[in-house]
Design a protein around this ligand. Structure first.
Ligand code: BES
Ligand code: MN
Ligand code: ZN
Length: 513
């Protein structure tokens, strides 16, 4: 999709469609009011007749309004003006895009970006960026494995986002660029997540990483093979891969946008391309969804794609621990004890707690990059979904400023995370009679004890963990990968760049830039 920004009157737009908001009880937004005046009150008289009252989710498509230059006008219900916040803004954008896709209009000028969205930091930059990301997200379809061509007759190709004044153009243009870059990262993560496990194997992920690295000279990739892992002593990762005929891969991507030698941010992703549970096998219901167990890996690749597109002036290392988790005559058995890369031993009481086993070795491997911070992302526990549902990632970490920065990035990007405690008391649940620790901590606080396990491999750096089990994909008739937490991570990385953090944003907002 092609995006641009402009400022100008809605009645003067020569476009296939002009999109404007209407608030509840028939209150016209400023752009709708301008159109209404131009066409002699046609809009308000339609509303008075009861065709629409502005409730959220309503839309009304009008053709050939007198004294306006566009073919169509689309009115979008925005709910009560007092309550028009981030959620309402997003749903107005979604309704608009869906209707536009059905109308046969290939381009449109959208005035929803001019609306005042309630809440801190909801300025022009934010509104435009969110519009770009939401449009791309709404348009996305995973259809590469369907044979028939269904869907829109003429696809929507170009959206122009309206700004209330020319002074906003610079911020709007930056928002378009950055929104499109983040959307490209999200798209890559969704595409990888949605691919079935017979296509998206560890080797496939490695090839995707290589393809991504080809797209930029700032990106280099190296792939550790099974033999390399054996040499290093990655006994935990290897124990998960034993049950599979697909060889595991440890994929390492180096993005070098920053000064040479500047400590990198390390992102570590769980890449279980299918999680059957292994010998501790899962029930059959919804097991297909365990193809999404590599969404942490997809998030790492998506975030690196965004780095490339944003040309961020920092160094980032992406590490993906990729394997299948299957039952087999040679698979790990409950009670097996493995030696991790760190030297610590682990009693594998449940082979379905495999994510932490592949991650612990990947985390230890990160030490060699002397990272500034390490963030891992993993569809790690069903317990996290029980605790937080599908709205927030679980966030646990050992470095308060890092945790805080991730929460803020999530809030700003709409890809939210919520902190859970990582208190020492929980560590006791990992005691084993036979090894340094067990790989499970019992029924209580499963998301926390999983993070406790990881924390034993992160002592040498600042670390935070995102449990994305609830947010990385949707179930039901909208089943599919969401691309989360790419928006959160992209925002976190943007914030780390000079002059782009929350403080700089607030400074700009005050200066009216
Ligand atoms: N990939 C799963 C976690 C998961 C389950 C994510 C359901 C989303 C939906 C993970 O490997 C797993 O199986 N975790 C176990 C841990 C348990 C054995 C301690 C779980 O959550 O049940
Ligand atoms: Mn599992
Ligand atoms: Zn898993």
């Amino acid at each position: 999709m092609d995006f641009s920004v402009k400022s100008g009157n809605p009645e003067k737009q020569r476009s296939a469609c002009v999109v404007v908001g209407v608030f509840e009880r028939r209150r016209l937004s400023p752009a709708a009011l301008q159109l209404d005046r131009a066409c002699g009150g046609r809009i308000s008289s339609l509303l008075r007749r009861g065709d629409m009252d502005g409730r959220s989710g309503q839309t009304l498509l009008l053709h050939n309004l007198p004294r306006t230059l566009s073919d169509r006008v689309l009115l979008v219900g925005c709910g009560r003006e007092r309550e028009f916040g981030e959620r309402q803004y997003r749903s107005a954008l979604e309704s608009a895009i869906r209707v536009l896709q059905d109308t046969g209009a290939t381009e449109a000028v959208v005035y929803l970006t001019e609306l005042n969205v309630k809440g801190r930091e909801r300025d022009t930059y934010w509104c435009v960026r969110r519009a770009v990301e939401t449009a791309e997200e709404t348009i996305y379809r995973f259809d590469r494995l369907k044979t028939g061509k269904d869907g829109a007759r003429r696809p929507l190709r170009k959206l122009t986002l309206a700004l209330s004044s020319r002074r906003e153009l610079a911020a709007g243009e930056r928002a378009v660029r950055e929104g499109a870059a983040i959307a490209a990262g999200v798209r890559l993560a969704r595409e990888l997540g949605n691919l079935p496990a017979n296509v998206c194997t560890p080797a496939y992920l490695a090839e995707e990483a290589r393809a991504l690295a080809k797209s930029s000279r700032r990106l280099k990739v190296e792939v550790l093979e099974k033999a390399d892992m054996e040499k290093l002593g990655m006994g935990a990762l290897l124990s998960v891969a034993r049950g599979s005929r697909q060889p595991p891969k440890l994929i390492v991507l180096h993005y070098t946008g920053g000064a040479r030698g500047a400590a990198p941010v390390a992102l570590v992703g769980k890449g279980i391309t299918f999680d059957s549970g292994g010998i501790s096998i899962k029930p059959a219901a919804a097991m297909d969804e365990m193809k999404f167990d590599m969404c942490g890996a997809a998030g790492v690749l998506g975030a690196l794609k965004a780095c490339v597109e944003l040309q961020l002036p920092i160094n980032v290392v992406g590490v993906v621990a990729a394997s299948e988790n299957l039952p087999d005559g040679d698979a790990s058995k409950p009670g097996d004890i493995v030696t991790t890369l760190s030297g610590q031993t682990v009693e594998v009481l449940n082979t379905d707690a495999e994510g932490r086993l592949v991650l612990c070795d990947a985390l230890t491997y990160c030490e060699r990059f002397e990272p500034e911070v390490v963030v891992d992302l993993a569809t790690l526990t069903g317990a996290c979904v029980v605790a937080l549902g599908k709205h927030a990632s679980g966030l646990l970490g050992t470095h308060a400023p890092l945790v805080h920065a991730l929460i803020e990035a999530g809030r700003y990007s709409g890809d939210r995370a919520w902190e859970l405690p990582l208190w020492d008391e929980y560590q006791d649940q990992l005691k084993s009679n036979f090894a340094d620790m067990a790989n499970i901590g019992g029924r209580d606080a499963g998301a926390i004890t999983a993070a406790c396990f990881l924390s034993r491999f992160t002592k040498k750096f600042r670390w935070a963990h995102l449990d994305i089990a609830g947010v990385a994909w949707k179930s039901g008739d909208q089943k599919g990968a969401t691309g989360r937490p790419v928006p959160l991570l992209s925002q976190y990385l943007l914030d780390r760049c000079d002059g782009a953090g929350p403080a700089a944003r607030r400074r700009r907002a005050r200066a009216g830039d």
